[in-house]
Design a binder for this molecule. Sequence first.
Ligand code: FAD
Ligand code: SIN
Length: 536
Amino acid sequence: MSIEKRTDVLIVGSGVAGLTCAIKLAMARPDLKITMMAKATKDESNTRYAQGGVAAVWNIKADTLEKHIADTLDAGDGLCKEDIVRMIVTEGPVRVQELIDWGARFDKELSGEYDLGREGGHSENRILHYKDITGWEIERTLLEKAASLSNIIILENYFAIDLLTQHHLGYNVTRMTPDIECYGVYALDKENLDVETHLARITILATGGAGQIYRATTNPIIATGDGMAMMYRAKGRISNMEFVQFHPTSLYNPAVESQAYLISEAVRGFGGVLRTLDGEEFMEKYDERKSLAPRDIVARAIDSEMKRLGDEYVYLDCRHLNVEEFKIHFPNIYEKCLSAGVDISKSMIPVVPACHYFCGGIMVDRDGKTSFNRLWAAGECTASGLHGANRLASNSLLEGLVYGHNIAEQVKTAIDKFDFKEGIPAWNAMGTTHPKEMVLITQSWKELKDIMSSYVGIVRSNVRLRRALDRLWLLYQETETLYNSSTLSPQLCELRNLITIAYLVTRSASMRHESRGLHYTTDYPEKLDHLEETLL
Ligand code: FAD
Ligand code: SIN
């Protein structure tokens, strides 16, 4: 039996971007039914794991909007859109204040002033944080606020599979067409594996990143790039996918878990120093800002030192820091290290870079509008122009807050123009059977991670990218055959999406014949004079 559900606005994703948008829209238009969808529980997201905090100009005696703008542009290595950077940095403090008004607790000093942290690439202390679990606090605040609004419904364990677009009714195949409309999504109810049709007058994607294409990632297991992959399949515009940010310092764990534990950059802001295994402080060879240089520089420096010395990790030295102060600022990091056998007051922390953030994604304009009508997008699944070729630390929670708000401002009036689309066919599962061998899916996922980690990591080259594309093509063909003959499972859908994302990253990397920001290739080590976005 086919199930069809209707909602005025459908928001796929319950992280900072989706929740902010839902709350703002629900407050502005209590007459609208707003449905949110989360593929796991409503609080499982990249947002929940954010540690360092949210960047915003707060101490106006020392800091200015212009300084935050300049730091963001500098980190972005020439590819940020300055008007977007200005908009987000300028609106940022207002959005953060709203979050505080809704109950977010950020740490304060004894004086009562906010305790502003510092991270790589920031010229001032401007990171508001809640201990070392800022994301958890923001997610808690937003979920509580959303629960107080009766016109927001959150569907947990619902997996959006594909966008409902003209795609299903016959459409022009060039990605440039502005006339593609989105009418909602097909979604898998993970409890009974039924595929439902979710019709919406307006749809918003806030599906987060895709760190799971790599072996080592700070992202949770759900970060499989579903929104970006859905958009690509529906012929939407995607940009700058080669700019994958590796965080310099995840806790080294030879067992490689699905999610690496992050050692926040704020620890380096607090005075932690990077050293090779023989104790040498190496960052001054690479940048005068040393351990607090922007992430692309620090991650590449670590990668280079590890390759030079044949080591599997480097150290983050915190032994000289006041341990009691450290425990106050970073209680969870302290405990995690201790549980891994590292007492930070006596031993150095073994760290390695891990895939952390996607600067590219679904192209959106300053209002969050995608290349499709009736479809907006916000947060890590997008390329808004804020991050350019490399994201400045703690700017992404800020982006989610600002874009969430701005989309709500647009949608609250735009929605009156749109009605539900009638005549959308139900999902067709004819001729499919349950996959007999789950190992085909799990093994392909492992192969994918190996390909991306070996050939499309921090340092790239033509020959590595070619090899990756050839192997991805094989995985793609095998997975499409499986997909077309199998009843859907979340794992199979995720694998399919991950292969699409891996292809987009590798293809975009092959198209960029220069080294800029997070994209470094030994075949084109120089930066070109002319600036271009990579469009797919
Ligand atoms: P997310 O928070 O990832 O939410 C995605 C949502 O989409 C989830 O609800 C998920 O269930 C849903 N979803 C995805 N696919 C589907 C599907 N197919 N069907 C249904 N639902 C779906 N940024 C900072 O600014 N400061 C920090 O200190 C910071 N620290 C970080 C630390 C870690 C360990 C990590 C991993 C990231 C950190 N970041 C930080 C980055 C930041 O947390 C994320 O970029 C940001 O939270 C993304 O928010 P989002 O709303 O776009 O997506
Ligand atoms: C961190 O705490 O180091 C993460 C900050 C970020 O990714 O913005």
